[in-house]
Design a protein around this ligand. Structure first.
Ligand code: OAD
Length: 255
């Protein structure tokens, strides 16, 4: 990639009072967590999202869905933040209040790297919640018990049969309102938005890049491949998160 593009974006970042970073599965790819839509390696190239990531799929076969998430959870627990996560966390520490991280990822690698107040649009794979929001279970938001992962099927209420499900957003479900509102604010207020490791295929998350652009921000994509947001971007930096974020966010001049 041309050194001039990197220098130019570093200049934009240096001048920006507020910076937003919208991350997707590619952010965690170099930590060993598979993406969704990459050909061959992406989860949706190998598994059916309607079966495994929808309320209808869970209702049809709770054990299948439960076990699939149990194996993904194990992968997340084993994974470690990569140099991209660490660069964002480090930048956040050096520039308090300047960086807003919004993620579509359900792993906790931004948090484990040390980023604070990460806005999570699609939930948390390490949490559980009740499938039906019946009155009895309305308050049981986080009912995770590691032993349950080994049972082979989701725990159920002995009285009403309600089941426990992973705390992620599935296809056909609404995003958490507070998180989406907070993300929109971050998009509206930033001078630069870095869009890192997302195909831009899933809305409303992808629409945040359009919101930022409409509000006057410069939008910069960090991705080794083309994405559906390329037309929204002022610059497209072709490369991976773990390589490019440390270069973009380093304080010292590039060699
Ligand atoms: P996708 O799998 O759709 O896109 C991943 C993107 O990351 C692609 O554009 C890749 O080119 C890029 N990529 C791959 N490796 C990379 C790397 N090392 N560095 C930077 N970029 C890299 O994942 P998302 O856009 O996150 O929903 O998908 C959005 C949502 O769809 C996910 O949050 C998930 C899924 O269904 C839920 O879990 C609710």
């Amino acid at each position: 990639m041309a050194q001039e593009s990197l220098d130019e974006v570093r200049g934009w970042l240096a001048e920006a009072p507020r910076i937003a970073v919208l991350t997707g599965a590619g952010m965690s790819a170099e930590s060993g967590i598979p993406t969704f839509r990459d050909a061959l390696t992406g989860l949706w190239a190998r598994f059916d999202p309607q079966q495994l990531a929808s309320p209808e799929g869970f209702a049809a076969d709770p054990a299948l869905v439960w076990n699939w998430y149990a194996s993904r959870r194990a992968g997340v627990i084993e994974a470690r933040p990569n140099a991209g996560h660490l660069a964002l966390a480090d930048y956040g520490r050096r520039h308090p209040g300047r960086l807003g991280v919004v993620t579509q990822n359900v792993d906790d690698l931004h948090q484990r790297a040390g980023s604070e107040e990460v806005i999570r649009l699609h939930g948390d794979i390490l949490e559980d919640r009740w499938f039906d929001a019946c009155r009895r279970h309305a308050r049981g938001a986080n009912v995770c018990d590691p032993a349950w992962a080994e049972r082979g099927s989701p725990p159920a209420c002995a009285e009403c049969g309600n089941r426990v499900r992973p705390g992620v957003v599935w296809f056909g479900e609404a995003l958490p309102v507070a998180a989406l509102d907070a993300a929109e604010r971050v998009a509206q207020e930033c001078a630069v938005m870095l869009v890192v490791g997302t195909s831009g295929a899933v809305h409303p998350a992808a629409g945040l890049a359009c919101s930022a652009r409409r509000a006057g921000a410069r939008v910069v994509i960090v991705n080794p491949q083309a994405s559906e947001l390329d037309g929204v971007a002022h610059r497209r930096l072709q490369g991976t998160a773990a390589v490019l974020l440390p270069l973009l966010l380093a304080e010292e001049p590039l060699a």
